[in-house]
Design a protein around this ligand. Structure first.
Ligand code: 5GP
Length: 235
């Protein structure tokens, strides 16, 4: 497989064409950004750690019946993925009150939610990825009613599987963001990545933060907590 031209440069990953029209070459970068890119720092090894963690979690989800875009992990920072028509939504699932929801509702972080909450954000940097509802999704033509129902079902399935996987590693899955896309036949698959960049992960006992909040909130060394997540998932 030949790596072709740059298709898209994101904040944490770049996408390249390949000589196979349905395959994309995805590389993980060491950059961490916060505040929609306004704050950016490079952390040596972050790309490698996210690639390893995401590969491990995508394989686990595939094994448990979730379709993903992952084809092959090529190197420490590179993957081959299926070309998908990415749905311009960030689907967030929450198990514990934290982050923007705690702020929006004016409640303290840390309460376990009686049921997981699924939220949709419109993936648009110029608009700062606004929180949107199902009617907005249909107005924007991002997904049909049936697809929205499927997105929610897939999000709950992934949440239940990931909660179990992280619990076995003594990690509480507080919340996470996923992105999904359509294959040529219209079927919806998990795309992008699942890593400490896109999840809130707390130590089950001490509640120590093991995710990108360490960078967002200036709480210490980001790479060593990502290493700790990988260590626990592979122990
Ligand atoms: P919140 O809405 O509380 O800021 O984020 C909820 C969850 O989604 C957190 O786990 C956070 O890491 C993830 N998340 C939300 N927006 C983004 C984003 O633009 N990029 C990434 N990587 N994760 C996000």
């Amino acid at each position: 497989m030949q790596k072709g031209h740059l298709l898209y440069e994101g904040k944490a990953k770049s996408l390249y064409a390949t000589d196979e029209p349905n395959v994309i070459w995805m590389t993980y970068k060491d950059d961490a950004t916060a505040l929609n890119g306004a704050r950016k720092t490079a952390f040596a090894n972050k790309g490698r750690l996210n690639n390893q963690i995401s590969t491990l979690l995508f394989h686990y989800l595939e094994k448990n019946g979730v379709q993903t875009h992952l084809l092959e992990t090529l190197s420490e920072t590179e993957q081959l993925v299926k070309k998908v028509d990415v749905i311009a939504l960030e689907v967030v699932v929450r198990n514990v009150m934290a982050g923007s929801l705690a702020k929006k509702l004016g409640v303290a972080e840390g309460a376990v939610l009686a049921e997981p909450i699924v939220e949709f954000y419109y993936k648009d940097d110029a608009l700062d990825d606004p929180f949107i509802n199902e009617d907005h999704i249909r107005f924007l033509g991002l997904a049909t009613l049936a697809e929205i129902a499927e997105l929610k079902t897939v999000a709950h399935t992934i949440n239940a599987l990931l909660q179990e996987r992280f619990k076995a590693a003594n990690i509480e899955l507080v919340d996470f963001k996923i992105e999904l896309g359509r294959l040529a036949d219209g079927s919806i698959v998990l795309a992008d990545e699942i890593s400490p960049d896109s999840c809130r992960l707390w130590d089950s006992e001490t509640k120590q933060k093991l995710d990108k909040d360490v960078f967002r909130r200036d709480l210490g060394d980001l790479v060593s907590v990502y290493e700790e997540v990988l260590r626990r998932l592979t122990a």
